[in-house]
Design a protein around this ligand. Structure first.
Ligand code: IVH
Length: 660
């Protein structure tokens, strides 16, 4: 009987994988259910299955106290230098000022956020989308590296760190997986992620998970990163070994090389080194850009390279019609990962490197970036290899593909009528940073799209009511899956204005622009009314004065508003969703006011000044106009000063601004 149990388990796991991870079930629901029933019967009714691969397990969600950031990457020494030069410029220091840094290995695991209240561990959450994570408290409590209580912690404290599995433990775990006829994990990182994200904490407890802590806040008495690490150690946390405080770049370089040399012998995987400016006051001044801090940098180890063969070049059509060539490679192991595809970026890149089908090529992968083709091995080129003829038509809809002005991308001109673009816009809207419909996979979307059930994101929300009738009895749609699908749509209806704007997939409207526009409009109604003005051929002069909103985006918004299909879609979608407005933070002293800087400031860079102004609630603009509320004059202010005086605007000097 144990044999049958093991066989059944393996069989069920295989179908779970096909169903949940690959979205490609090969068994009818009835047959699947029969397997599960047989196993339960043999095991005396006890449910020992860890059903479901990660994608569809549902965890409660919790917003982080402060967003969980990613890190900017440097791939070489020049990029490291550029990072420090930039930080100095921001701080208005000479570019080669040495900034003391705390250096840590970058652990290749998954980040975890712990909350302690009155010294007791009350919650643990994964990173999720950075703002909202998944609650895995019971699982985290099974890790012996995570103290349940802290000796001297403030009222409420956030601890961050990395969950990982050591290489030795990973090998043992995989041997066990194989003995039990389960699929082995691809690498320690996947094993750690899969083990932490288990619905049953007992499964997590049985896995050799460990934790390195690297951040704690707020700790009022702590002024430097290295002290934070000391504090973490005193509380019983393990912190990343081989870390050190470096007074200057030379020390960082040496330590980077030292850790790189240690890497093959370390008992855990690392993929680089993290530099953190040690002084927390400087960290605070430097703040964040988009999703990464200005005060920390991940210096990645050099790329791993290998030789492969280009078997074919296929053309993908993206959301904005860009034709992207992708090399299909002879599967090749590059530093432990099988690489099958590499991006070739665009037609100029293919021409520049003269990449031809059949060529032997040097490929590389670095960190989590898409593998790239570095160069062709010309000595191995076949005599009959022809230069690659880049298509001038969309491979999906057949429309013309052209290059406008100095655009490096050739784009399909069909826009809304090209199925590839339609589909990519939907996929974009569903994605994590947009509407975050994380239970709906590409395979499912493809099915709906191919069957003509959806042509846009609004159609997808309409499937909510139709789902039971439409999907019941279909291959791959068990009752649970249908329920999950409906729940995802219901939850997805609650969104925020920046996410909504980003989800529209308007060319040039990225996440940062979405934040800016959302801050400017406040509500979806105000945004729609602006679109309406643009649709009527009018203009919204305030738009272009917004920091980071350029003429390209404004033109793109106009284009969007003036086409009937997107216009109808945005109306429909805004009705379907509940879009939380951006509450102008009432507590900010200058909310809704516009500020313009001109001339040179003495105590800080323009960039820092802008950040400070934003923190005070100001909208930063580059043009002086009647609607400007404050103009800050630095030294040698020119025409803007005259204009401000002529308009009788409020004028501040730097000191007045600092006191605001
Ligand atoms: S600090 C705001 N330190 O790398 C700075 N991150 O690419 C937050 N990571 O999400 C990160 N080792 O999961 C930091 N010593 C280390 C790290 C580390 C690994 C991960 C972490 C983060 C990701 C960013």
């Amino acid at each position: 009987m144990p044999d049958r149990i093991a066989a059944l388990r393996a069989e069920i796991e295989k179908h779970n994988r096909l169903y949940y991870q690959n979205d490609a079930p090969i068994l009818s629901d009835a047959d699947y259910d029969a397997l599960v029933r047989e196993l339960r019967a043999l095991e005396g009714g006890e449910d020992s299955l860890s059903i479901g691969a990660p994608a569809l397990e549902t965890f409660d969600k919790i917003p982080h106290d402060t967003p969980m950031m990613s890190l900017d990457n440097a791939m070489n020494a020049d990029e490291v230098d550029a990072f420090f030069a930039r930080a100095c410029r921001f701080l208005d220091l000479p570019e080669d000022t040495p900034l003391s840094c705390w250096l840590e290995p970058k652990i290749d695991g998954l980040s975890l956020n712990l909350i302690y209240e009155q010294g007791h561990l009350v919650s643990a959450a994964t990173r999720g989308d950075g703002r909202v994570g998944e609650v895995v408290t019971a699982n985290a409590k099974t890790l012996s590296d995570i103290p349940q209580t802290l000796k001297d912690a403030p009222q409420r404290l956030e601890i961050r760190g990395e969950v990982y599995i050591s290489i030795a433990d990973f090998e043992t775990l995989n041997a066990q997986q194989q003995a039990a006829k389960r699929t082995p994990f691809a690498n320690p990182r996947n094993a750690a992620a899969g083990s932490l994200r288990q619905l049953d904490p007992a499964v997590t407890a049985s896995r050799p998970l460990r934790f390195f802590a690297y951040h704690a806040a707020p700790l009022p008495q702590i002024t430097h990163q290295h002290q934070m690490v000391d504090w973490l150690q005193r509380q019983g946390f393990t912190t990343p070994p081989h870390s050190r405080l470096c007074p200057d770049l030379a020390c960082l370089r040496d330590t980077f090389a030292h850790i790189q040399a240690l890497r093959p012998d370390l008992p855990f995987d690392i993929d680089g080194v993290v530099y953190k400016i040690d002084d927390l006051r400087l960290q605070k001044r430097l703040g964040f850009v988009a999703r990464a801090p200005r005060w920390a940098l991940a210096h990645k180890f050099p790329a791993e390279q290998a030789i492969s063969v280009i078997e074919d070049i296929v053309i993908q059509v993206g959301r904005t019609g860009a034709l992207t060539p992708v090399a299909q490679l002879r599967p090749t192991n590059v530093g432990g990962v099988m690489v099958r595809r590499a991006t070739l970026h665009n037609e100029d890149e293919i021409a520049r490197k003269d990449i031809r089908i059949g060529d032997h090529v040097l490929i590389q992968r670095a960190g989590d970036v898409i593998p790239q083709v570095v160069a062709v091995v010309l000595s191995q080129r076949r005599a009959d290899a022809a230069p690659f003829a880049f298509p001038h038509h969309c491979p999906v809809c057949g429309a013309q593909a052209i290059r406008h002005g100095n655009d490096i991308q050739r784009r399909c001109i069909a826009r809304a009528t090209c199925p590839a673009q339609q589909f990519e816009v939907i996929r974009h809207a569903v994605s994590r940073r947009a509407l975050n419909l994380d239970g709906i996979g590409t395979k499912q979307l493809e099915m709906f799209f191919d069957e003509g059930l959806i042509a846009n994101i609004a159609d997808l929300f309409d499937l909510q009511d139709k789902a039971p009738a439409l999907l019941t009895g279909r291959e791959g749609w068990k009752t649970k899956a249908i329920q999950n699908f409906i729940t995802t749509l219901i939850n997805g209806r609650q969104t925020t204005l920046p996410r909504f704007l980003f989800a529209l997939g308007i060319p040039h409207l990225g996440e940062t622009a979405a934040e800016t526009l959302a801050g400017h409009f406040g509500t979806v109604e105000a945004f729609l009314s602006c679109l309406n003005t643009l649709r009527q051929g009018g203009a919204d002069p305030a738009l272009e004065t917004l920091d980071g909103i350029g003429p390209k985006l404004v033109a793109s918004l106009k284009d969007y508003a003036q086409h009937d299909t997107p216009w109808a879609l945005v109306q429909r979608l805004s009705q379907q969703l509940t879009i939380a407005p951006v509450t102008p933070t009432v507590s900010l002293p200058y909310s809704g006011k516009t500020i313009v800087f001109t001339g040179t400031l003495n105590t800080m860079s323009r960039e820092e000044a802008k950040e400070r102004a934003k923190a005070l609630g100001f909208r930063v603009s580059s043009d002086v106009s009647r609607t400007t509320d404050v103009v800050v004059l630095g030294e040698n202010a020119g025409s803007k000063r005259q204009k401000a005086e002529a308009l009788g605007l409020t004028i501040w000097d730097e000191e007045r601004f600092l006191g605001a």
